[in-house]
Unconditional design. Structure first.
Lengths: 260, 260
């Protein structure tokens, strides 16, 4: 017997498919009824996508975008995780750094574009810097709060079994904070993917963001604009799904389960 | 000659609490939690600290385990003043103290990092058998019931072969049937290993079923009201006249404490 809260198997596929179909129909008929010459219909977008794939430009743009995200996000993680852990571990350090960090944190990475161009010129480095700025703070904050939220009981158990402070950090605090750290990394990766598109519209001449703005500027090819937008959405979804699969690892799964 | 006698007494007693007082300072207000606590616990003895919720019995237990320094007085174990937690004296929380990121095996061998791999494996196997978790070696705490997690935490404590166990309402979160079973299990383990046990509870029946002596504490600031030796051999008949007499005597004591 199925309960009311548990959807039947076919429903898990049926309803999302229906929503997608309705969305496509709405798009198709809006374009048809308004007789717009600017905004493309779904069919034109599919043709545009095929054109991009045929020209092999798409693949290069995807690789460039992913490379920038990998470097920017990777640097943010490599610097942000140890700094965040340190701030969580030494509340005094957190008090010193916190006011400056709270001031910088709400500044959109987009606002850093002029500064990035002064520092790095127009090019790859400026784009990577912007991605770094977007990803760094969520990572630091997640790591610091991950450490401060480790139940005192776990630390005390660690001390009780005779661990040194370094061992407590490595064997108790870090694994206890890991689910929160992963949540922070996931948020940061999402932001990095948002920022790379914006950065590529201004600072460089390759990547999916550049593809969007270039398709518009060179001949108002809105079919290619929307095709590139869809590509950005699909890759963002793949990145997020891939990252979420980390949550299933046994030693962190406890932190993602709802307590029933 | 007069000097030697008290020293012999001190060696016999495992744990000596001498004139311990505890004052917490918060927001300029000082709260007296413990006052003039004098208590000796013999080697291999099972002592229950019994008192109303929030009376300070957990504070006393924390001080005994070295997690809190008393404001006045001293606590000695084997004649040595307690200054910090020590693997020879393990504190067992409610089952929430097990590490969710480690398997059953991983939890039990947590404190065994100074042993060789073979010794570790032997200890783990021994205590998994003792607490009846065979077949669950690779399970994570989230897949265990409350009673199993509690047994796991006891096994983790026993595996490092401590002289003393401090148990802070260890069965408080369990249902009443599991609690009864766990009391029996704890007594079985205690009879096999003869650790010195200090057990905090607010459950009068639990105290009279388990302890050699029940230390009845008053409401805050906690003082020792009465120490009741339970002169009934294990296994205890909990409908015997002597059991009921001792239990009702303590009931009266606690009742008086509430009226003050």
């Amino acid at each position: 017997m199925n309960t009311l809260t548990e959807p039947r198997k076919w429903e898990a596929y049926f309803w999302p498919t229906l929503t997608a179909a309705l969305f496509l129909a709405l798009w198709y008929f809006s374009v048809a009824w308004t007789k717009t010459n600017i905004f493309p219909s779904p069919r034109e977008v599919v043709r545009g996508m095929a054109e991009l794939v045929r020209q092999h430009a798409l693949w290069g743009d995807i690789v460039d975008s992913l490379r920038r995200v990998a470097i920017g996000f990777g640097t943010a993680a490599v610097l942000g995780i140890p700094i965040g852990l340190t701030l969580g571990w030494y509340p005094a350090a957190d008090q010193v750094v916190n006011p400056v960090m709270q001031l910088l944190r709400p500044i959109s990475p987009i606002a850093w574009i002029p500064v990035a161009i002064i520092f790095f010129g127009v090019g790859d480095k400026a784009a990577i810097f912007l991605i770094f700025m977007g990803a760094y703070f969520p990572i630091v904050v997640a790591c610091a709060s991950g450490v401060t939220n480790v139940p005192a009981m776990y630390r005390r158990a660690g001390h009780n079994f005779g661990l040194t402070p370094v061992q407590v950090l490595a064997r108790v605090v870090f694994p206890a904070a890991l689910p929160r750290i992963l949540m922070g990394l996931r948020i940061a990766l999402g932001i990095a993917w948002l920022v790379v598109v914006a950065a590529e519209m201004i600072a460089v001449d390759s990547g999916l963001g550049y593809l969007v703005i270039d398709s518009r500027n060179s001949g108002k090819r809105y079919d290619l604009v929307v095709a590139a937008m869809l590509m950005i959405g699909v890759i963002g979804l793949i990145l997020d799904t891939a990252f979420r699969s980390l949550e299933k690892i046994q030693s962190v799964r406890w932190g993602f389960r709802n307590e029933s | 000659m007069t000097l030697i006698e008290p020293m012999e007494v001190a060696v016999k007693a495992k744990l000596c609490v001498e004139q311990v007082g505890m004052v917490f300072e918060r927001d300029g207000k000082s709260t007296h939690v413990l006052e003039n606590i004098d208590l000796e616990v013999g080697d291999g003895e099972f002592v229950c600290l019994l008192g109303p919720s929030g009376c300070g019995k957990t504070t006393l237990l924390n001080a005994m385990a070295g997690f809190l320094a008393p404001t006045s007085g001293t606590i000695r174990v084997d004649g040595e003043p307690v200054r910090r937690p020590d693997p020879r004296r393990i504190f067992v929380f409610q089952e929430r103290g097990v590490f969710p990121w480690l398997t059953v095996e991983g939890n039990i061998e947590f404190g065994l990092f100074k042993l060789t791999r073979a010794e570790r494996a032997a200890r783990v196997a021994q205590y998994i058998r003792m607490v009846g978790l065979k077949g669950f070696e690779k399970s994570y705490p989230h897949d265990l019931s409350g009673g199993m997690k509690q047994r796991l935490e006891v096994a983790r404590a026993l595996a490092v072969n401590p002289d003393m166990l401090f148990l802070d309402e260890p069965f408080g979160a369990l249902d009443s049937i599991t609690r009864l079973i766990m009391r029996g299990e704890l007594l079985r383990i205690w009879e096999a290993e003869r650790k010195t046990i200090v057990f905090v509870t607010h459950d009068i029946d639990e105290a009279v079923q388990l302890a050699d002596r029940v230390v009845v504490m008053s409401a805050r600031p906690a003082t020792i009201q009465q120490i009741v030796p339970i002169d009934i051999a294990h296994p205890r008949d909990i409908s015997s006249a002597r059991y009921l007499e001792l239990r009702d005597g303590i009931f009266k004591q606690i009742g008086l404490a509430h009226r003050i």
